[in-house]
Design a binder for this molecule. Structure first.
Ligand code: NAP
Length: 490
């Protein structure tokens, strides 16, 4: 249970735009409302940034860039470490805010606070390990000095499904590398980002380094910023269609980009798998974040010889999941983000069932209020059903079967996405063989969870470009510069 009263948590959050260290109203005084998906009530009214505000934020980020890049790495790292400690100390307060605006249960929100904080700590440690290199040129006439410098002002665009972890995963490396930034949070969940920005200021982040522009005009603001030559990098987490659009806009200014896009994760259960462990892995990979996660298991492929055992056990586990407002301590599965997402998921299920799939659990829309959808298991999925091609983004497990390893691999790879794949097998040869052939940036081997600050998170194919976290995460925010030093042969 959260220890801080809800009204206090909401009142404490800044409702303005953060530009140059000052919270202020939008240039035209515009505002928009943030809704609680469990009840539909308004939580807060926040400032709605205009294109003029976005340019003011870029002015601030640009003005702060040179000074910030000159701040010693240890100091940048210590700010992140302090922010980590403050976040952990206020875990319950942040968790409540996440649950209120996004819907997931408090248990999950607390885990997200810890996960987001770990990125701040990890990149705080990386700040002092930015290295370069020195070597003698091939013909001996020069020395090759390679330094790594901050890219410059960044635009960081985040989705609503992890309102703390997604900004933390971008702000952490940007701060560590010495970049200034503008964060554009999702319009549905700007409150947690505002609270995180206040916390970073408290931890010592100088004015202008982090600017925050919640808005309902994402397209107009972003396009303007991408066309401004002062912006040096875009880091985006969101859907593949929006990612494609932003990549095309970023091409005009040949902007550096990092793209964390949609997924369509296969979850493969081989005949030699520990079925109970696979079911537990499936529960995590499917229901975490109300199924609204880029790394959610989307298509289950189970060896036909164990498919019925797996489905029966999965249905039994799903039946233990209580659905309710995330603030209810007994609720495991909170509401979906809004009615549009819930309707989309319900239509997808109805369409699959009309085409011949069997509903083994769930599948019925509960009465309101709130945007709840029950944990659902479908089997006998028709080949090529839309549910196997599209990202479901909801608590629905679509169980398909396979008979050979080759068939499982072909089905798993038959998608334009390539973020993560889950594989359950006790055969080491099979595990390595299949992990190598699966087309994804990450593989969860006998594990339904891959998120880890020390690991490179990201996808291949149309799931993205670049990595967040791990040893490569900070490189996304650094440019290499090479100085050729002449050495006379006298
Ligand atoms: P989305 O619709 O693409 O929105 C993501 C962000 O982009 C939001 O801040 C949104 O602002 C903004 N946006 C929307 N249209 C834009 C435009 N024309 N120009 C600039 N910005 C624009 O995605 P979502 O529904 O929030 O998030 C779900 C998607 O994110 C899923 O596909 C999921 O797989 C993906 N995701 C990927 C990862 C990863 O690491 N690979 C992690 C989490 C989520 P508004 O809120 O104002 O629309």
């Amino acid at each position: 249970m959260a220890t801080v009263p809800e009204s206090e948590v909401l009142e404490r959050v800044e409702s303005g735009l953060l530009i140059g260290g000052r919270w202020r109203a939008a240039a035209d005084g515009g505002t928009f409302q943030v809704e609680d998906p469990a009840t539909g009530r308004t939580l807060r009214t926040v400032a709605d940034a205009t294109p003029a505000d976005a340019l003011a934020a870029l002015d601030a980020a640009d003005a702060a860039q040179t000074g910030w890049a000159g701040v010693p790495p240890r100091r940048r790292g210590e700010i992140l470490r302090r922010a980590h400690d403050l976040l952990i100390a206020r875990r319950d307060e942040f968790a409540l805010l996440i649950t209120l605006e996004m819907g997931k249960s408090l248990v999950e929100s607390r885990a997200e606070v810890d996960y987001g904080a770990q990125y701040l700590r990890w990149f705080g440690e990386e700040a002092v390990r930015i290295d370069g290199s020195w070597k003698v040129s091939e013909d001996g006439s020069a020395r090759v000095l390679v330094m790594r410098q901050p890219v410059g002002p960044c635009l960081l665009i985040t989705p609503w499904n992890a309102p703390l972890a997604m900004p933390a995963r971008k702000i952490g490396p940007a701060v560590a590398a010495g970049c200034t930034m503008i964060v554009k949070p999702a319009a549905q969940t700007p409150l947690t980002t505002a609270a995180l920005a206040s916390l970073l200021a408290e931890a010592g982040l100088p004015d202008g380094v982090l600017n925050v522009v919640p808005t309902t005009q994402a397209g107009a603001i972003t396009e303007l910023l991408l066309r401004d030559g002062r912006l040096r990098k875009l880091s985006f987490t969101g859907s593949t269609p929006v990612g494609r659009l932003l990549l095309s806009q970023a091409a005009d200014t040949v902007l550096r980009t990092s793209m964390e896009l949609g997924g369509n994760a296969p979850f493969i259960v081989c005949r030699d798998a520990d079925i109970d462990a696979a079911v537990e892995g499936a529960m995590t990979a499917k229901l975490r974040n109300v199924g609204e996660a880029c790394i959610a298991a989307n298509r289950f492929y189970v060896d036909a010889t164990v498919a019925e055992e797996f489905s029966v056990k999965l249905v039994a586990r799903m039946a233990t999941i209580s659905v309710g407002p995330g603030t209810d301590p007994d609720a495991v599965l909170g509401p979906m983000i809004d009615e549009r997402q819930r309707r989309r998921v319900a239509d997808l299920v109805d369409e699959t069932v009309a085409a011949g799939a069997l509903v083994r659990a769930g599948g019925e829309l509960p009465d309101g209020p709130g945007y709840f959808y029950p944990p659902t298991v479908l089997t006998d999925i028709p080949k090529d059903a839309r549910i196997t091609r599209e990202e479901i983004f909801g608590p629905i497990a679509a169980v398909n079967t396979f008979t050979t390893e080759e068939e499982a691999l072909q089905e798993a790879n038959r998608t334009e996405f390539g973020l993560v794949a889950y594989l359950f097998t006790r055969d080491l040869d099979r595990a390595l063989r299949m992990s190598e052939r699966i087309e994804s940036g990450m593989v969860g081997l006998n594990r339904g969870y891959v998120s880890d600050p020390s690991a490179p998170f990201g996808g291949v194919k149309q799931s993205g470009v670049g990595r967040e976290g791990g040893n490569s995460g900070i490189a996304e925010y650094l440019e290499e510069k090479y100085v050729a030093i002449n050495v006379s042969s006298r």
